[in-house]
Design a protein around this ligand. Structure first.
Ligand code: ADP
Ligand code: MG
Length: 714
């Protein structure tokens, strides 16, 4: 058994049709292709057919089940028969303002909201006085009921032609649920016949369908749907969903089980020496370690010194001082003549780590490697890494690339783990012999969740903040008092404070979010001129970095932002955090955002702006924020209220840990799956039996295939 990286492209060819790009489906033209990418692709990874198939509908609306405006529950899909009663053209002003259409039925009225759509087109779809059927979700905005971009607008004839069950998908601007549904149908046609990886007896006992049948049931429900609920929604077939959830969970637990087995099997190397370098660097730090930091360093060094391979999670709230711990771990590797790598999830964070470490590494040779280095720089860095002229390299996922070869990598530190998967962790581990891995996360992960995501890891916790940290005063402020808030900012700027201003997720649409941020930016700019900067998720990377750097340097003093403010970015001068529509955020997210301030010597404030009236739960949530800065308490509460995607902060980054399963509703399943996975690995550690071979297909299908490399030859 060796750790030699093997070619990764061993995916069974039977899966090729699923990993073909989604744009190869019939009917995808130059207009639609980028929309699909926006919905399901990433810059590194174009959307594939499998992504489309795993983009399950959120529900279905039975055509015959009509709702009424008065009774439609907010946030649920509904179809309404309405009459168009008026238009509200966009008001003049900066930013992109929407075109609004007023409609009513016998029970009440609502506003339909259209962003970035030519007025003439909207008027053509919804002529004044006409009767139309609209589908979509109603939400509350400013106390009014509105529907942003109805998923469907048809007349009587159009209604008759609708399918019996209309699926509702998470959509994106310009790509409707209907279009996604069509694409999913084409994708189903490409579905190969795959070997069964589940135990057939178990499937029969549980009454679960095969994998392909389950996907078909999701995307092409039978024409006779189950009886819809009173609001017209039809729940997806539970058996199909359970089957898919089980498959996904099994893939992930099997990968973890294989890794665990390997860890037990494979000896590590002693990656810590007598402590001379570590002591020297520790003594030169501008502060004394907290008790928690010292404990974590001791735990890590014990792992490093042992001949067991380290796989440890360093969990600590924002500002708890993880970087210093990581540095001392890395210094330990250098002590025995090896190298260390620190990987951050974004360019900005990699740079920031690099800059901060620069002042702390003493004699160690430190270098930065990112995807944006000039070719000549990059070549030099790669050569120096291979020759051992670099002790510590800090970088982004560029560190995974095949061209990156270390002379002898001893310790790898991965920051903000939840943005990376087990897959990447393994890829980094494969860059050396028996690499010791330290994963750092600022997300206070509740125990239940930690077991599933990090069940294979040891954990060190930084539960103590460095001395001298001041509490952050958190206040709830109604948006009615926005003027006072802005006036307060004027005073803060005069006192040389710096301010983050976060704009909310309005709809599930970056377009709309951006409009809100641009509007606020324009407003504040009128007040404060060039002191205001803007950063948002749609900006090219270098522009984002530049905006962040201007703020860090004090060239701008108010930074208006969508939720992209990078986890971990450190601007000690920032003392005020304003979060608009705080009631729309997850608690963990609010906690993370708030952690951007309170990092310097000055007292900090967090203003949670809300738009009333607040419901009981919303108010309780925000008051929780005011009461405590304990990230764990907040996380437990958040998990209870919102679900795991929010807690892990993955929903926004689009890299949810699971695509088909939900840790909330499938929690019971998870225990079973974990036991199954362990049993499988015990009985067939090389996945060589018939079922073992099918399970390999499963690992590739869910892209947990890095684990297959651990199986050794065969
Ligand atoms: P984290 O990554 O856990 O959010 P950092 O490692 O970025 O936290 O540390 C936050 C800030 O606290 C940094 O400016 C760092 O220099 C400082 N710091 C870290 N440890 C201590 C300590 N023991 N005493 C005082 N300041 C510390
Ligand atoms: Mg950090």
């Amino acid at each position: 058994m060796t750790d030699e990286p093997r070619p990764t492209n061993l995916r069974p060819s039977i899966l090729d049709p699923l990993f073909a790009e989604a744009r190869t489906l019939p009917g995808v033209g130059p207009k639609m292709a980028p929309l699909i990418e926006r919905l399901l692709g990433t810059p590194e990874q174009p959307a594939r057919i499998v992504d489309l198939l795993f983009h399950l509908p959120q529900g279905g609306v039975a055509r015959t089940m009509m709702g009424s405006i008065a009774e439609a529950p907010p946030g649920e899909p509904v179809t309404l028969g309405v009459t168009v009663t008026g238009y509200r053209p966009p008001q003049a002003g900066a930013g992109r303002r929407p075109f609004r259409v007023l409609v009513e039925d016998g029970t009440g009225d609502i506003t339909l909201v259209f962003f970035g759509m030519p007025q003439a087109r909207v008027e053509k779809m919804l002529p004044l006085g006409a009767h139309r059927y609209i589908s979509g979700r109603i939400d509350l905005w400013d106390g009014h009921r509105q529907m942003v971009h109805p998923s469907r607008i048809v007349d009587e004839a159009g209604l008759a032609a609708l399918p019996a069950v209309e699926l509702v998908y998470g959509a994106t601007e310009g790509l409707t649920s209907r279009a996604i549904s069509k694409l999913a149908h084409s994708a189903l046609d490409r579905l190969p016949t795959l070997p069964e990886w589940q135990d057939p007896a178990w499937l029969a006992r549980e009454g679960l369908p095969g994998f392909a049948d389950a996907l078909r049931a999701e995307h092409r429900p039978e024409s006779a749907p189950p009886a819809p609920a009173s609001d017209g929604t039809v729940s997806r077939t539970p058996a199909a969903r359970r089957r898919l959830a089980y498959d996904e969970l099994l893939a992930s637990q099997l990968a973890l089980a294989l890794m665990r087995a390997r860890n037990r099997r494979a000896p590590g190397r002693a990656n810590a020496g007598d402590g001379h370098l570590k002591d020297r660097i520790e003594a030169a730090l501008p502060f004394a370690l907290t008790g928690a930091q010292a404990r974590a360093v001791a735990e890590i060094r014990a792992d490093l010194a042992s001949d067991r391979r380290m796989l440890r999670l360093l969990q600590g709230d924002v500002g708890s001082g993880k970087t210093a711990v990581a540095l001392l771990a890395m210094a330990s590797a250098v002590e025995v003549g090896r190298q260390a790598a620190l990987m951050a999830p974004t360019e900005i964070l990699a740079r920031q780590h690099f800059e901060r470490l620069t002042g702390l590494v003493g004699p160690l040779r430190l270098r930065l490697l990112t995807g944006r280095d000039k070719v000549s720089e990059r070549r030099a860095t790669l050569a120096d890494l291979a020759d051992g002229h670099i002790d510590i390299v800090v970088g982004t996922h560029a560190l995974f690339q095949d061209s990156v070869i270390f002379k002898d990598l001893g310790v790898a530190v991965v920051d903000e783990q939840h943005r990376f998967g087990v897959h990447q962790r393994l890829a980094l581990g494969a860059k050396g012999v028996a690499v010791d891995i330290l994963v750092m996360t600022a997300t206070p992960i509740p125990r239940t969740l930690a077991l599933t995501c990090f069940g294979d890891m040891d954990v060190s916790i930084l539960d103590e903040k460095p001395a001298g940290r001041q509490a952050i005063a958190t206040r709830l402020v109604s948006t009615d008092r926005l003027d006072e808030v802005v006036a307060g900012l004027g005073r803060a700027l005069a006192a040389e404070d710096r301010v983050y201003w976060i704009c909310p997720l309005v709809a599930e649409s970056e377009y709309v979010d951006l409009a809100a941020a641009e509007d606020r930016f324009a407003d504040l700019r009128q007040e404060f001129g060039d002191a205001v900067g803007l950063i948002h998720g749609k900006m090219p990377g270098p522009d984002k970095d530049a905006a962040m750097e201007r703020f860090a340097a004090g060239e701008t003093k108010i930074l208006v932002s969508t939720t992209v403010v990078e986890v971990g970015v450190d601007v000690p001068e920032a003392t005020i955090m304003v979060i608009e529509h705080a009631e729309r955020f997850g608690l963990a997210q609010l906690h993370q955002l708030r952690g951007r301030v309170g990092r310097g010597a000055k007292a900090s404030t967090c203003l949670l702006l809300y738009r009333g009236p607040l419901g009981q739960v919303s108010r309780a949530r925000l008051e929780m924020m005011r009461e405590t800065e304990d990230g764990f308490r907040i996380a437990e509460e958040d998990l209870r209220l919102r679900g795991e995607g929010e807690v892990l902060g993955t929903r926004q980054s689009g890299a949810a840990a699971f695509r088909l399963a939900s840790l909330e509703s499938d929690a019971a399943l998870l225990e079973v799956v974990r036991d199954d996975a362990r049993l499988i690995v015990e009985r067939d550690p090389g996945l060589k039996s018939e079922r073992g071979k099918a399970l390999r297909v499963l690992l590739y299908l869910f892209e947990r295939d890095a684990a297959i490399r651990l199986l050794g030859a065969g």
